[in-house]
Design a protein. Structure first.
Length: 88
């Protein structure tokens, strides 16, 4: 437990921020899961429609610092690679 008053305040703040960070991360994971499941099922049109929502969620998480910038880039690259594999 935090001892000093400033540490107690910082702890309270981190608990409040945690709610928003978890919400952002859960939205990102849900968008990715939907897009990946549609791509895995071979539903190209639905997968293409789900990708922008997943991109948006990833970018928002990266912008807020929930995930790192390179992690966001990697997730987006792998999502597009999976989408491209449907055509082959």
């Amino acid at each position: 437990m935090p001892i000093t008053r400033s540490a107690q305040k910082a702890h309270r703040g981190s608990l409040r921020k945690r709610v928003f960070n978890r919400r952002r991360k859960d939205a990102m994971r849900a968008g990715l899961k939907l897009a990946r499941s549609l791509i895995a099922a071979g539903k190209r049109e639905e997968g293409v429609a789900a990708v922008p929502a997943a991109y948006s969620a990833i970018d928002k998480a990266a912008k807020r610092g929930v995930i790192k910038k390179n992690t966001a880039a990697r997730k987006k690259a792998r999502l597009m690679a999976a989408l491209r594999r449907i055509d082959k």
